[in-house]
Design a protein around this ligand. Sequence first.
Ligand code: NAP
Length: 321
Amino acid sequence: MQKPYVFITRKLPDETLVELNQIAEVKMWPHEEEAVPRDVLLAEARKADGLLTMLSDNFDAELLQQASSLKVVANLAVGYDNIDIKTASNLGITVCNTPDVLTDSTADLAFSLILATARRIVESANYVKEGKWNSWGPLLLAGADVHHKTIGIVGMGRIGEAVARRAKGFDMKILYHNRNRKPEAEVSLNAEYKDFHELLKQSDFVVSLAPLTAETKGMFNREAFQSMKESAIFINVGRGAAVDESALIEALQNKTIAGAGLDVFEKEPIDPKHSLLMMKQVVALPHIGSASVETRMKMAELACRNIVNILNGKEPETPVT
Ligand code: NAP
């Protein structure tokens, strides 16, 4: 019997593919840092039974409708805003993501961004490497404290709660905003629920961790930045399109807010000449929230297990519902 065909859209470590290789004919795009061109993706999707995809691959209706034997799309991410879930569901294609295994690594990165932006870590490290350090100064590269401040988490789900646990260790006051309250987290994390604008008004650090949906697209707009404190630092580890970047640039230029730590952008990779990258009060990272070797291996293994399960007629571990 012919084995099912699975296409992987980016180079993954061979050791994560052992189980998948046993049940399927697997082809992998050979590049680690180069996305599959759209025409190749279309051609592969047309013949694939399973696809292991990256968040940078756009799986829209046009592509899914041509994938006549496709049974599963396993996305190597917890977010799945790159996939037209409704069309996939109408076509009977199961979409899977990689929740939980990346929660702590992403929360570590979010907290690193808080510290790096507040304490001007990148600017200070460059200062030393560029040979500018001539003497010690009382306020040389002095930043803002993180401990005992107020953190406001917008989208306090798995990763947001893990950020809140870290914030607790820094004696921070924790505010959060979701569509629904989380009574257990309010008790265990001593977190206070606030409506969106009240959270923005009261927080020293505003952390964006909601998924990208029609509702959250552009939610950090001019009005949102104007609600924040002048000393506020905005952190985005969710999705770039949750932010109106021109409003963020304006808020930073006009000193409406003090700084921003960004792991995600409206358009990725960001143009190196982008205004946000010209500002020293911005720490910018290339979407590395879950990028520890251990976590990326776990994500790849989970995505493969999801494909194996579907192709073997079993339930996947982490389907998107
Ligand atoms: P999760 O557990 O589903 O948490 C998402 C939270 O957002 C939920 O608590 C949800 O609560 C809240 N939410 C949804 N819509 C909202 C809205 N309109 N307004 C306010 N809150 C809203 O997901 P997670 O695992 O924590 O991941 C969160 C997101 O982080 C992912 O979707 C992904 O985009 C991003 N992420 C980024 C990286 C990176 O590398 N930078 C890595 C991993 C994840 P309610 O349903 O009650 O509103």
